[in-house]
Design a protein around this ligand. Sequence first.
Ligand SMILES: N[C@@H](CCC(=O)N[C@@H](CS)C(=O)NCC(=O)O)C(=O)O
Length: 202
Amino acid sequence: MLRIYGSANSRAIRVLWMAGELGIAYEHKDWLPRSPETRTPEYRALNPNGRVPTIDDDGFVLSESMAINFYLAKKHRSALSPANPKHEALALQWSLWETDRLDRQIVNYVQHTKALPAAERKPAIAEAAWKEVVPALDVLETALTKSKWLAGPAFSVADLNVAAALVRALSIDLAKWPRVQAWLNTCWERPAAKKARAMREK
Ligand SMILES: N[C@@H](CCC(=O)N[C@@H](CS)C(=O)NCC(=O)O)C(=O)O
């Protein structure tokens, strides 16, 4: 059986959302980042980075949330895995782009403006992060002006990966990026997304 390591309060939310889309059964190791469970030699053997998420799919061990979602969607022959090689490449492009341009930046921005206790927030980190978030959201806005979805004619692993990574953006004002706002809301309105988000908020 598939085992998913990582709390919904981590990047594992992306994988939990995907598992929900696919309707597959899984065992959930609901472990927070840096929790003692992730510091054991047993877990390090699965993921030498000591990070979450990781999956163990009947002995096939994989880390990196974006890669996990590509694997699961393809393995389960989901429509979320683009059959057209060009759309598949676009899905990879957007997933890699997000990891490079927005992943840590959006986390840093939200952590240091609202998520962390006020005494721990560092305005300089928030400011530096925002300087990178703005041009990245501009790029996404332009792409979503040309196409409703990121990789082909329908919602796919590309939209899931990028929208899931932007979970932190749900709490910030996106009025300057109306297409991003609308697309993000549509993605997060999906039943599997709502379920994954509820796991985060429980
Ligand atoms: N690129 C990785 C990032 C994984 C990652 O950074 N996970 C964080 C939680 S969201 C973590 O486990 N951090 C623990 C640590 O830094 O030791 C992915 O997308 O899976």
